[in-house]
Structure formats: structure tokens, C-alpha cells
Design a protein around this ligand. Structure first.
Ligand SMILES: [Zn+2]
Length: 375
């Protein structure tokens, strides 16, 4: 097996702003932990320094008009029309160099796709990627450029069959929309229900259209859903779909804003549930392009993605964090002492309703989607 980890410290040149929940330092912290554990020194691991995508690469999904606006915004030339492209104070702030930031994120995903798509290796991880909300002509949900869509389009160009699994707390609306009418890409999004969380979509009855009917799958969970219910539903739905669809490559968005202490969301997962899901994806994916995603507690991000990278490489981790990492982490206000932290289960009294709702949704998907793709 060969794998590639894509990263550059250049990410730290960019900043969404002091009050924005997306902290780019989380990427550096993740890299530090992975590096300190020696997980980049394995003989079959390559570390690739992120290189920027070309504008032509972005244009395979995004409109020229939107890319022009992004560039202008990035350089500080901007009129009031920016709002109509989703840009401005709030979720998608205009910060210096945001265009180059977007080129880096997309570039790293393209490097991962190239590595896996051309058969150089089986697994590649771009922790900066997974910006799944961006639309073809609109920034949305902290995402300016949709690197998962661009990566998947490149894989389709190479004649690959692609399944996309998104475990971020938010619905993968941008990716779903891009492939809603095709049977060439299976998109599966597990997330907190749109009734309580941005972007307000991703209901179980969104199953694709025309030739794509049955090829978009949504598993919305109620607030407070914990590891137990989540992993159960994942097992019921995702493996049968992947076995039936038989992808050449699985692309995943591994957002960790599902965790109980994430400041933006209401799910109740822990790293224990995340670990189970990652193990399962490893079994299911013949080849794997792994992307990052949400995660607004920087310590969760670093620990969970480090564990994911270890599992991708067949390394079993114990719970002890390296001392040198603890010192660095302390300096950015991170105090966790173990890799996994504590599991958190929702009280039984609340869980009954949650489980009932999850069972209803699983049943719905099995009856409406499974027959369409032969699962
Ligand atoms: Zn998210």
C-alpha cells in the first residue's frame, strides 16, 4: 500500500478573521500531531507539498464570472455586488488572498486525485479540503471553491466511477447539487437535520432526479444523536450502497463538527464513533481520496484527523499524546491529554425518540433508494 499526505505551512498565510469560527491553525496542529507521532515517516507514505490549482481547474465547475469576482475581492477591489455572490462580512468574509487560499485548497485535492486516480497509491489525504458548500457561482458556508466537486469531475474525466461519502455535520449541498442528475456519482451525506442546522437541506426525500434518481442519498439526524445511533445508521445504509454501486474511488469529506463539544452544531458524536466509521470506510474503499471538512474545536480536528490518518495507514494508535505535541498545543490553548478523549452518550430518555427517527429514515432510504441502485 502507498499513501500521500498533502500539506503546506503556507495555509497559515491566510486568515478568515479573528471572530470567524474556521481557524486555519487547526491544519497546522493536525500536521504537527501527525508528524510528531512519526506517521509521515512510514516507508510507504509520501508527504506532498501543496501546490496551487490553475484557474482552468476551478473553471471545470465554477463560472468564469464568479472566479473573476473572487479574484477582485481577493485583491481588495470590490463593489456591493459581492453580496450576490455570497461574499461579505459573515460566513464568507473577504480577506486578503482568499483566491490564492482557494487555489491551494483545490490544488491539494487535485494532487490527492492525481495520486489515487493514476494509481500511484491507494489513499491520499488533503486535510484542507472538503469545502462542500460552494456553488458554481456562489460562496457559501465558509467555502469559496468546491474542491470535492472539482476532484470528482477530474476522476470522472479519467473514466473512474466515484462514490462520495460526507460525514460532516452539515449537509453536502454543493456536491449533491453538482451531481443530482447523474448516475455516474453516488453522493451520500450524513448530517444534522436541516430543520436545525445550515444549510437547511439534505432531507431523506432528496434522492436525485432523472438519471440521477437514487444516486443522491441523505441521512439527516436529529440534534443530540450520539455515536451509537449514528454508527448503527451508517452500517445499515452506507456499506450496502457501496457494495451495490462498486466505485473505483471513494471520495470522503471527514468533517468533525459532529462532535458533542463542537461550538456550531448539535450532534453528540465523539472520536469513538468517528473511529468506527473511518475503519469501515477503509474496508469499503478500493481507493480513497480523503478530504477534511468542518470542525470548529481545533483540538478535535487535530486528534480525529490524526487518528484517521493512522487508520488509513493501518497503524493502531494508543491513547497517549506525544509530550512535544502537548507543549505546542498548550500554546494555542488546547488542553486535551489523550488522543481520544471521553465518549459521550446521550441519556436513554432522549435517545428513544432519536433512535425512532433514525429508524424511520433508514427504512425510508431502504425502500426508496436501495431498489434503484440494486442494493
Ligand atoms: Zn460542517
Amino acid at each position: 500500500m502507498k499513501s500521500a499526505f498533502i500539506y503546506t505551512d503556507t495555509y497559515l498565510d491566510y486568515d478568515y478573521g479573528p471572530n470567524h469560527p474556521l481557524k486555519i491553525i487547526r491544519l497546522k496542529l493536525t500536521y504537527e500531531l501527525i508528524y510528531t507521532y512519526g506517521l509521515l515517516a512510514l516507508p510507504y507514505v509520501q508527504t506532498k507539498i501543496t501546490r496551487r490549482a490553475e484557474e482552468e481547474d476551478l473553471a471545470i465547475f465554477h463560472s468564469r464570472e464568479y472566479l473573476k469576482i473572487l479574484k477582485e475581492a481577493s485583491e481588495g477591489h470590490l463593489g456591493g455586488y459581492a453580496y450576490s455572490y455570497g461574499l461579505g462580512p459573515g460566513d464568507n468574509p473577504i480577506f486578503p488572498g482568499l483566491y490564492n487560499w482557494s487555489l491551494l485548497v483545490a490544488g491539494a485535492t487535485l494532487q490527492a486525485v492525481e495520486f489515487v486516480g493514476k494509481g500511484e497509491g491507494e489513499i491520499a489525504f488533503n486535510i484542507a479540503g472538503g469545502l462542500h458548500h460552494a456553488m458554481s457561482s456562489r460562496a457559501s458556508g465558509f467555502c469559496y471553491v468546491n474542491d470535492p466537486v472539482i476532484g470528482i469531475l477530474k476522476l470522472l474525466d479519467q473514466g473512474k466511477r466515484v462514490a462520495y461519502i460526507d460525514i460532516d455535520a452539515h449537509h453536502a449541498d454543493g456536491v449533491q447539487r453538482a451531481f443530482y442528475q447523474t448516475d455516474q456519482v453516488l453522493t451520500v451525506s450524513l448530517h444534522e437535520t436541516g430543520y436545525t442546522l445550515f444549510p437547511g437541506s439534505g432531507f431523506e426525500y432528496e434522492i436525485g432526479e432523472g438519471e440521477g434518481e437514487g444516486y443522491a442519498v441523505n441521512l439527516p439526524f436529529p440534534p443530540n444523536t450520539d455515536d451509537e445511533v449514528y454508527v448503527w445508521a451508517f452500517e445499515e445504509i452506507v456499506p450496502p450502497l457501496i457494495y451495490a454501486f462498486r466505485p473505483d474511488v471513494v471520495v470522503t469529506q471527514l468533517g468533525v463538527d459532529t462532535f458533542y463539544n463542537d461550538p456550531l452544531t448539535n450532534l453528540h458524536l465523539s472520536i469513538f464513533g468517528f473511529e468506527k466509521v473511518i475503519r469501515r470506510i477503509k474496508e469499503l474503499a478500493p481507493r480513497w481520496v480523503a478530504l477534511g471538512g468542518g470542525g470548529y474545536d481545533v483540538s478535535n480536528v487535530a486528534r480525529a484527523w490524526t487518528l484517521a490518518w493512522a487508520l488509513m495507514n493501518g497503524i493502531e494508535m494508543d491513547d497517549e499524546l506525544p509530550k512535544t505535541y502537548l507543549e505546542k498545543a498548550e500554546r494555542v490553548g488546547v488542553h486535551e491529554k489523550t488522543l481520544r478523549g471521553c465518549p459521550k452518550l446521550t441519556p436513554d430518555s432522549q435517545k428513544k425518540e432519536i433512535r425512532k427517527e433514525a429508524e424511520r429514515i433508514v427504512k425510508y432510504i431502504k425502500s426508496k433508494v436501495f431498489p434503484k441502485i440494486g442494493a
